[in-house]
Design a binder for this molecule. Sequence first.
Ligand SMILES: [Zn+2]
Length: 172
Amino acid sequence: MGAMIKRTMKKQAVKERGTIRFIEENDIEKIDAYWGSKNNWEAIPAKVSEMKKFADWDKVIKLDHGYDENKPTSQLNLEDIKGAAKFRGGECLSTDMETGNWAGKLDFKCAFDHTFTASPKLMLEGGHFCPQCELESWNYKERAKREPFFAQVWNPIQSKADGREYMKSYQN
Ligand SMILES: [Zn+2]
């Protein structure tokens, strides 16, 4: 049974766009996209039983959101928002904000010089920042260099990930 499954899977994997075909043809771009890098692929043990299982379930990593989360939201002011924007590699361009107003829109610039408006709620609670960066591509390596907020989740897995930029495309 095991041999049969293996045969069936392998048949798929050597087809065009199959993951073994990437290795056979040394198609680095696709290898990077699928495994992160050729080194990652080479590090996979020959036997499934030799695979190391994830065991670090109890380790908790608390993310820094770039502002004092103990402060009641009714007291958040422009300085807090400016600090949070800086932590996201950008800048809050607005010069005033009504303290505690989470819904009012403010002006921002991201680490790649795009400008946009967003409410503090969208940024701090919703986790959004620059809409243009999100639309254009997956460019995590470069973003991590400029955005400390993003770097804290990206850098710990960096050795397993590649630094390519993948453009996004949309079909309507
Ligand atoms: Zn941007």
